[in-house]
Design a protein around this ligand. Structure first.
Ligand code: KMH
Ligand code: ZN
Length: 312
């Protein structure tokens, strides 16, 4: 059966750990900014909010549970969007740091990165003419020599520890091999359908944002899992964002936007908020007669435990 008539779940990744404050003045950094932009993104149509924390003093990515607590409960109180907490953190954080807040909150949904890889935006440093904070330049340039570590043991640990609390996963797949890694964990009985496969295109170190790669990921996922056992979703980094998401939706995928993935709204125009990107993809999809999923519909589709089962 075709799944292309299904409602589209919009995820918004609000701030992330890739972009730095000097790259966009609109990137939310403080708990207040993250709260305000998350609520606006949900009001614009995002059913899922993917969240990282930053130090309010200088905007550097932080795994500190006390910082997360300054915005996550406030967002949960103001919206019914699904709260999705990163377990990827940043390439500089230890696994223990990355899991500190997810283990405390026991959210409905967490990201889970399906392999170790190079993951870098160091070429952007050459284009920057000034930096707002001292940490930014070494942070961005240093990515050239860092590994985003997600070993089989790490993935197994995250699956075991968080599944025990009923948390499910946004499975970040940056390459076709990551689908086979997911299939391995399915075989091990560590994860059950429906799988929420976030296919990530256009990250330096992962697969490129070519339409053929979207088709390949869809084909391999169909073969490994069967279409009725997974939800496909598309993340296109940087300038690829809106076009790749539109292509994905036509293929029956859900979509992810947000300033974590792109600071632009269109060529040469920075997004002034996360909500602007949500509103844009929503506009495009509705023009194509797609319906947008509510948070309740996203919960039902992804088999989530519900917001009342989270330790806010
Ligand atoms: N930054 C994205 C490409 C995570 O937070 O676990 C992937 C991501 C990782 O969202
Ligand atoms: Zn993230």
């Amino acid at each position: 059966m075709s799944t292309t008539n299904q409602k589209v779940i919009i995820t918004c990744a609000v701030t992330g750990a890739v972009h730095t404050p000097s790259m966009s003045e609109y990137l939310p950094l403080s708990p207040e900014q993250i709260t305000e932009q998350s609520i606006a993104a949900a009001e614009a149509g995002a059913a899922i909010l993917h969240l990282h924390a930053r130090d309010p003093i200088d905007g550097r990515p932080s795994p500190d549970p006390a910082l997360f607590q300054q915005f996550v409960p406030a967002i949960a109180q103001a919206t019914d969007a699904v709260i999705n907490i990163t377990t990827g953190g940043s390439t500089r954080m230890t696994l223990e740091e990355r899991l500190a807040y997810p283990m405390r909150l026991k959210p409905e949904l967490c990201s889970l990165n399906m392999g170790s890889m190079n993951f870098s935006i160091h070429p952007v440093a050459k284009k920057m003419t000034s930096w707002r904070y001292d940490w930014e330049r070494p942070y961005v340039e240093g990515m050239e020599d860092l590994i985003f570590k997600n070993t089989f043991k790490d993935i197994k640990y995250i699956l075991e520890e968080l599944s025990a609390h009923g948390t499910r996963f946004e499975l970040e797949c940056y390459d076709v091999g990551h689908l086979y890694t997911l299939a391995y964990f399915v075989d091990q009985g560590l994860i059950k359908p429906p799988f929420f496969i976030q296919s990530v295109f256009g990250i330096l170190g992962g697969m490129g944002a070519d339409p053929e790669n979207v088709a390949m990921m869809r084909t391999v996922a169909d073969r490994l899992f069967g279409r009725s056992n997974y939800q496909f979703s598309i993340l296109g980094a940087g300038r690829h964002q809106m076009r790749l998401l539109t292509m994905g939706a036509v293929m029956g995928a859900n979509v992810r936007v947000g300033l974590e993935d792109s600071i632009y709204l269109e060529k040469g125009v920075k997004a002034r908020s996360n909500a602007e990107q949500v509103a844009k993809i929503r506009r495009v999809l509705e023009e194509l007669s797609f319906e947008i999923a509510t948070p309740a519909e996203a919960r039902a589709t992804l088999g989530l435990k519900g917001a009342t089962a989270v330790d806010f």
